[in-house]
Ligand binder design. Sequence first.
Ligand SMILES: C[S@@+](CC[C@H](N)C(=O)[O-])C[C@H]1O[C@@H](n2cnc3c(N)ncnc32)[C@H](O)[C@@H]1O
Length: 204
Amino acid sequence: MGLREWMKPRFQDLAMRQMNHMRSETIEEAEGEVLEVGFGTGLNLSYYGPAVKTLVGLDPMDVTEVESVQARIRGVSFPIERKALRADGGLPFDAGRFDTIVTTWTLCSIPEVDKALKEMRRVLKPGGHYVFIEHGRADANSTARWQDRVNPLWNRMCDGCNINRKIDRLVEEGGFELESLNRFRAKGPGIVAQMYRGVAIRNG
Ligand SMILES: C[S@@+](CC[C@H](N)C(=O)[O-])C[C@H]1O[C@@H](n2cnc3c(N)ncnc32)[C@H](O)[C@@H]1O
């Protein structure tokens, strides 16, 4: 394992822990057979409730040697399977397998996000829910323009993260119907603090 592969999950864990206070409202919605896309370092695990039966955590990042992540995995009461795969490369699951799909601050980082969302819809049961909290494009034109200017540099510095994606539109173009959407600004610089918390359904 190279230095970069060693550092990435450890730095990401430190950075993403700052988001912990925003996780529960999204994660508590999950039930049944759950697919979490962009599992990262397992920071959502302690927020899942008793309605969760099993969880598949999908993420290309290698966390097998990160003890804090392995401890989080050991600490939950439901079975977990980790798959080191990209969500935009075709998902190795039957259609309609999952009751819930979860993403938290992940759609920003998936290169072919439209492909990933279509696959996520395919593996979700008809009537199943896709629950998410993501950051993305500002509604205010002045902030959105700054996001467009900064994004190329940000993307290179922050491991492929995009700050200017219009998350609600992507979710709807992926074939989901939005049941709820809460747009709010978190703490921090406006260009990275534009939050989209939502619940979407697969109809049909
Ligand atoms: C900002 S982190 C968020 C991690 C975690 N969801 C959290 O809330 O802490 C984005 C995650 O997306 C993952 N990711 C990047 N490209 C991906 C892809 N093509 N498919 C699935 N996950 C991907 C990264 O490895 C990283 O763990």
